[in-house]
Design a protein around this ligand. Structure first.
Ligand code: ATP
Length: 576
């Protein structure tokens, strides 16, 4: 496919904010795509060259891109930078200059452009900046104005078409299988491999069968299994029968991948974070009795002597890039390992939990830095209640209860795993993870900061869209407003972002990226909010919401609380 053709698709995708038309446009694109280029196109749609967990970043600074543009269109860097500022978008600036100078397409293919971008990404050492500039100039000299517009956004990391992974899967299914009925199978493969390009390529050359057979692989993060909620130990036993109950540690979820001496670690939202945990790398090399392995764990600072656990906030301080080595000494982490997903060439996802825990025990026998989570088989509510009390008294968050016979369902949140926390007795005690969707400008004191309230929403995975649940205004301190502006102003938009479904029109839209943890008194029904709203019925909303923390460190917008969860929390309100 010619890159100019792909750019026309980018152009159309950028213009639409309806999810259904995104799927239509993408599926037309995929129908026109050849097998040899499909993975590249899928990555480029995300503004990348590889799946997100492969650290292949093109990363060019704005001023360097300006030099490339200036050289391609016989301008100078200062004028280009001025045009960036005037139009507020480097892509528009490049497009305008290309148009003015009558830039012509010389027929570059997607593969040509991909190859050069890859070269840019891989350039290292002396003269990197100049080499990258020259390579990008070379591309710009050979593309038309629309292509130039989208092309320059890629090295800047600004090609945000707002296409979610489920939308790409829907479009692939529509293009290649005729409809979305087999989407679930594709989603399963995605949950196991996290690589959309690989899934697309496999679908193209081996069909749905091939996709279904895609197994977990060391180095590809697996989408985390998550917990449902139930109000009490009694309800847990009633619904789940005999269970495995484990401590719920409030640290940082870390998926540990070991392939010989090559160790990599991923966060809950599948970001690479190997560099954060030198002591866990060391432990993974020495304490694991296997050549290759994938473990699921919660890392936190723990002192075996005093039996003290440090909470999430303390542990995340380590995310600051500096001082990691010192922190490793002064506040060494332990990883409480609660699952094993792969061992020596075999995927273990389909094995029942009971069996996986047995394999886990044999795989990390030392319990030194990698500690097998404390667990117990329980079948009566009283024992479970005691264990919950015991966990809380130790400073832990609560317990996670798991079905003994359940497989590891990558990416699922269902009743295979249930969490019980302190006060899980009916009132709304768990927090809700919301995504900031916009500002509503207010009057008076707040206008100093340009906002009176935040419009926040949650995620509907079935529709791959963000729906509103609340406005948060009072209760935010000036400090918090400042923090919000710091994060949000950069991603403000003058139109509704794609995949947002809202009746309320805020003064400023914010691209759905910032996740905040919100505590509310109650969930109510409301006609003005779109969360869980079905024809003619009201949606669900939060009463007296307040900001607890920013959760960007470990959650993407799509990891926000789902509509289904919110409705369940609503139904559980007040029930003992
Ligand atoms: P929360 O804010 O309560 O952590 P969450 O949305 O991040 O919620 P949940 O599904 O509610 O995730 O809870 C699962 C999380 O609990 C896991 O992501 C993991 O980080 C943590 N955890 C701690 N101990 C365990 C355990 N023994 N088994 C599974 N998860 C555990």
């Amino acid at each position: 496919m010619k890159f100019s053709k792909l750019s026309e698709y980018f152009e159309n995708l950028e213009k639409t904010s309806s999810r259904l038309s995104l799927i239509d446009i993408l599926s037309d694109l995929f129908k026109e795509t050849e097998e040899k280029e499909i993975d590249k196109i899928v990555y480029l749609l995300q503004g990348r060259l590889a799946p997100f967990f492969v650290p292949l970043e093109i990363g060019m600074a704005e001023k360097n891109v300006a030099v490339s543009i200036a050289n391609a269109y016989k301008s100078n860097k200062e004028d280009v930078l001025k045009l960036f500022a005037k139009l507020g978008d480097e892509g528009l600036a490049a497009g305008e200059l290309a148009q003015k100078t009558g830039a012509k397409d010389s027929g570059l293919t997607v593969e040509d452009v991909y190859k050069t971008l890859e070269e840019i990404a891989k350039t290292q050492g002396a003269g990197t900046v100049e080499k990258r500039q020259t390579l990008l100039t070379g591309l710009l000299e050979n593309v038309d104005a629309v292509s130039a517009k989208h092309l320059v956004r890629i090295p800047l990391g600004n090609l945000r078409l707002g296409i979610g992974d489920p939308t790409v899967l829907d479009a692939l299914a529509t293009a290649k299988l005729g409809d979305k009925s087999n989407r679930k199978l594709m989603e399963g493969a995605y949950n196991r491999t996290s690589d959309l390009g690989l899934i697309a390529k496999t679908l193209f050359n081996k069909g749905l069968d091939g996709v279904e057979k895609l197994e977990v692989r060391v180095g590809n993060p697996i989408r985390s299994e998550l917990c449902e909620r139930l109000p009490s130990p009694a309800k847990v036993i009633e619904k789940m029968g005999e269970v495995d109950a484990q401590y719920k540690y409030d640290g940082f979820r870390v998926q540990i991948h070991k392939d010989g001496d090559n160790i990599r670690m991923f966060s809950r939202n599948l970001e690479e974070m190997t560099h954060m945990f030198p002591e866990l790398i060391e432990a993974a090399k020495t304490e694991i009795k296997a050549e290759s392995v994938i473990l699921d764990s919660e890392a936190l600072a723990y002192s075996p002597e005093s039996e003290e656990f440090l909470p999430f906030q303390e542990t995340t301080k380590r995310r600051r890039k500096h001082g990691i080595e010192e922190m490793a000494k002064s506040l060494p982490l332990k990883a409480f390992v609660f699952d094993i997903l792969y061992k020596d060439g075999k995927g273990l996802l389909d094995k029942p939990l009971e069996e996986r825990l047995q394999i886990l025990k044999e795989t990390i026998p030392n319990n030194d830095v990698l500690i097998k989570t404390g667990n117990q088989t329980i079948k009566d509510p009283k024992t479970l209640s005691n264990l919950l009390e015991d966990a809380i008294s130790k400073g832990l968050e609560g317990v996670v209860i798991k079905k003994l016979q359940s497989p590891y369902e990558a990416g699922a949140r269902n009743f295979n795993w249930v969490k019980l926390k302190r006060h899980s007795s009916g009132e709304l005690n768990d927090t809700i993870d919301c995504v900031i969707l916009g500002y509503i400008t207010g009057r008076g004191k707040r206008t100093a900061f340009g906002a009176g309230a935040l419009l926040v929403g949650i995620y509907d995975p079935k529709k791959d869209e963000f729906v509103t649940v609340s406005k948060i205004g009072t209760g935010l301190s000036d400090e918090e407003w400042r923090e919000i502006h710091n994060r949000a102003d950069k991603i403000a938009l003058d139109h509704k972002p794609p995949r947002v479904n809202s009746i309320i029109n805020p003064s400023v839209w914010i691209r759905p990226e910032i996740v905040i943890e919100v505590l509310a008194d109650e969930i109510t029904r409301s006609p003005v909010h779109t969360a869980g709203k079905e024809d003619g019925e009201p949606g669900y909303a939060l009463r007296f919401p307040r900001l607890v923390s920013f959760r960007n460190a470990d959650k993407k917008a799509e990891d926000a609380t789902s509509v289904e969860e919110l409705i369940e929390m609503y139904q559980q309100q007040g029930k003992k």
